[in-house]
Ligand binder design. Structure first.
Ligand SMILES: Cc1ncc(C[n+]2csc(CCOP(=O)(O)OP(=O)(O)O)c2C)c(N)n1
Ligand SMILES: [Mg+2]
Length: 426
């Protein structure tokens, strides 16, 4: 019979020292940076009675509006510039709503009301060489990236001079030559692997770039979101993914869309940094975007940033959003991103006098009036041109490496000759 081991006598505890807690080597802890100055705690419940469905909000909606968190990176001038983009974004959408009601818009109109800070401050963090893949609500990102309100309004009216020359009537346009903008893809999540591919292409050509795109609280549930972010994570590609948690995916509240507390937690499973920002605080958005872009350009891989805010209109112009509990609108209206920034610039920082602010707003109105008049008075495409520019015709596109010839190791089977690098569509 094996000898029974005598238990070791317990060592006397050193005076004043506490016993170390039992170590659990299987336990993991992860950190999600949360830059918000308030953390609203409320939930939305679905109430059914017979065939009728409504939603109720539970929680404290009475908290005062928090201050804007000072930016670590933005100068006074840059804050004012972003403010101007946000005003242009909002006023352009108001103009589009009016044009729709006048029967001048072909199709629907999608709004980013309440989300202008997220669109404008995120795109503002990109450098010229970086890439952007906006979604349909990110019209502010398009403005920052160099499209004009005139371009966007003409696109909605399907005018001959619009970016797609009347071939699409909403936001499906980009510019891969000059502005480095990939056209939005309506199939939710599909932009993510495309942007990861852009980063991979640039990497093969010797560059680490930041590539920024967006996904909603609903769209992030798609399989392709997982595939795209995971691929970017494994390859250390410079993807900056904004998860725009605006509480609604069409009429489905976020509480019925996912079980995690914060969508930034998804980053843990990808093995990448996850960050939470208040989506109505321009400085938090910019700082998170800027730091993620820097990390991307250093070749250190992707970042997932969850911006928490609220979609302040229906899904599109046809949706009155009657299903949204009214107190929720009231809560977020007090946190309007433009009003908050205006207050910060004029009253808190005193970076703009009331007169300067008035002048800046008048300048935006003037620019917008001119662009709207131009767009309204510009011609529709001619019927004979309808089939043109839809499919590639003889040698209409030449796709060349943008940054250089892909670097391939010596002796590799996949040697790339300069002549093969240009691909022609025939
Ligand atoms: C894969 C896929 N499924 C469904 C749709 C239809 N659809 C378009 S927008 C939308 C809601 C999206 O909600 P969210 O991702 O939260 O973005 P938000 O509209 O709030 O910006 C749905 C279901 C789609 N375009 N693609
Ligand atoms: Mg949403």
């Amino acid at each position: 019979m094996a000898k029974k081991k005598r238990p070791k006598p317990a060592r006397p505890r050193a005076k004043g020292k506490r016993a170390a807690p039992p170590s659990n080597r299987d336990q993991r802890t992860y950190t999600i940076a949360d830059h918000r100055l308030e953390k609203p705690e409320f939930s939305i419940r679905q109430i059914r009675s017979g065939d009728a469905v409504r939603y109720e909000v539970k929680g404290d909606l009475s908290a005062p509006v928090p201050p804007i968190r000072d930016s670590k990176h933005l100068s006074k001038q840059q804050c004012i510039e972003i403010y101007r983009w946000m005003l242009l974004n909002r006023k352009m959408e108001t103009a589009l709503e009016n044009l729709y009601k006048q029967g001048k818009v072909v199709g629907g109109v999608y709004f980013g009301l309440g989300q202008e800070a997220c669109s404008c401050a995120s795109a503002y963090a990109l450098q010229k060489e970086d890439w952007l893949g906006p979604m349909i609500r990110n019209q502010g990102s398009l403005l920052v990236r160099g499209f004009s309100a005139r371009d966007i309004m003409m696109q909605y009216m399907a005018k001959a001079g619009s970016p797609t020359k009347g071939r699409d009537a909403s936001s499906h346009f980009g510019d891969i030559q000059n502005r480095n903008v990939v056209s939005p893809i309506s199939t939710l999540g599909d932009l993510i692997p495309v942007l990861a591919g852009v980063a991979l292409g640039a990497r093969l050509q010797g560059r680490n770039l930041a590539v920024m795109t967006y996904i909603g609280d609903g769209g992030q549930s798609t399989g392709v979101t997982y595939e795209g972010v995971n691929f970017a994570a494994v390859q250390n590609l410079g993807l900056v993914l904004f998860v725009e948690n605006n509480i609604w995916a069409y009429s489905t509240p976020a509480d019925m869309q996912f079980q995690v507390k914060d969508l930034a937690e998804r980053a843990i499973a990808y093995g990448i940094p996850g960050v939470i920002v208040d989506g109505t605080d321009v400085c938090q958005i910019y700082d998170a975007a800027h730091e993620a872009c820097e990390r991307a350009r250093r070749g250190e891989g992707p970042t997932l940033i969850e911006a928490k805010m609220m979609r302040m209109k229906g899904h599109a112009i046809h949706d009155a959003a009657d299903y949204v509990p009214k107190p929720l609108f009231e809560y977020w209206r007090k946190r309007d991103c433009i009003a908050r920034l205006e207050n910060y610039l004029v009253n808190v920082k005193k970076w703009l006098t009331t007169a300067e602010n008035r002048e800046l707003i008048a300048g935006v109105d003037e620019e917008l009036d001119a662009d709207r008049d131009f767009a309204v008075n510009s011609p529709m495409p001619t019927p004979e041109s309808a089939a043109g520019g839809v499919y590639c015709e003889d040698s209409c596109h030449e796709i060349k490496p943008k940054y250089g010839i892909p670097k391939v190791k010596k002796g590799s089977a996949a040697t790339f000759k300069q002549t093969e690098a240009a691909v022609h569509f025939k």
